[in-house]
Design a protein around this ligand. Structure first.
Ligand code: IDP
Ligand code: MG
Length: 138
């Protein structure tokens, strides 16, 4: 899989980190193939995170992700899914490796600056969720 989905989350957009995060991703070898700015509706955020529906943090996560604009992006690189997960770091910034996007820019385990798809199947689904017009996945 050469493409994956990242989302610059509302905390990072609101804090003015957008440019630095995109520069970080480009420096790490990703090419930006699609991007938009969107304030997700509750229904969109619930659907995007449906896999977490039963988790205790689900309602808070949906509220956070709808709290302001975010920037979904389709990113391309060799081994894109695995590589992006390395570059963004662990979910909790306290556990993220130094120099990762979350270590640099995340506020907390919830307000953690960036999303990255966790598998090829989810990358396909998530790119299609925000960019249904994209037909060059793989
Ligand atoms: P990931 O984004 O590193 O793949 P997931 O476990 O898929 O992490 O969780 C999705 C998102 O839900 C996280 O990025 C974070 O914003 C939020 N989240 C995950 N675990 C917690 C938690 O324990 N407390 C609060 N928010 C959480
Ligand atoms: Mg995840």
């Amino acid at each position: 899989m050469r493409q994956t989905l990242a989302i610059i989350k509302p905390d990072a957009v609101g804090n003015g980190r957008t440019g630095r995060i995109i520069a970080h991703l480009e420096s790490a070898g990703f090419a930006l193939r699609a991007a938009r700015m969107v304030t997700m509706t509750r229904a969109q955020a619930q659907s995007f995170y449906d896999v977490h529906r039963e988790r205790p943090f689900y309602d808070a996560l949906v509220a956070f992700m709808t709290s302001g604009p975010c920037i979904p992006m389709a990113l391309e690189a060799p081994d894109a899914v695995r590589r992006l997960r390395q570059v963004i770091g662990a979910t909790d910034p306290a556990e993220a490796d130094p120099g990762t996007v979350r270590a640099l820019y995340a506020e907390s385990k919830e307000r953690n600056a960036i999303h990255g798809s966790d598998s090829d199947g989810n990358a396909r689904r998530e790119i299609g969720f925000f960019f249904p017009e994209c037909d060059r996945l793989g």
